[in-house]
Design a protein around this ligand. Structure first.
Ligand SMILES: [Zn+2]
Length: 98
């Protein structure tokens, strides 16, 4: 492409004219340095919350049906203590069934 200001021949990916220093605006918008943000949901916190809630139902209020629900949620959301969540959910199940 050519510099719009001085007409110098420039590489297509040039951002500035190497001859006059003008900012080169090509036909295509120049991507900024900001990459497209990854859409990965933040992991952990929601699962941790559910895990802690489940723990509370299990050990404080002894509402095992809610414990099962919360542990399941924690597992689905992905918490740090997955093995523990699975185990605790199993315990909650068995207690709920008496
Ligand atoms: Zn130029």
């Amino acid at each position: 492409m050519y510099c719009a200001k001085c007409g110098a021949l420039l590489p297509d990916d040039a951002m500035f004219c190497s001859k006059c220093g003008a900012k080169v605006s090509g036909d295509l918008p120049v991507d900024s340095a900001v990459p497209v943000s990854t859409t990965a949901a933040p992991t952990g916190t929601r699962g941790e919350d559910a895990y802690m809630e489940g723990w509370k139902y299990m050990n404080v209020t002894h509402e095992y049906d809610k414990g099962v629900k919360l542990y399941t949620e924690a597992i689905n959301l992905g918490c740090a203590n997955m093995e523990d969540a699975y185990f605790s959910r199993g315990v909650a199940y068995s207690r709920e069934l008496g």
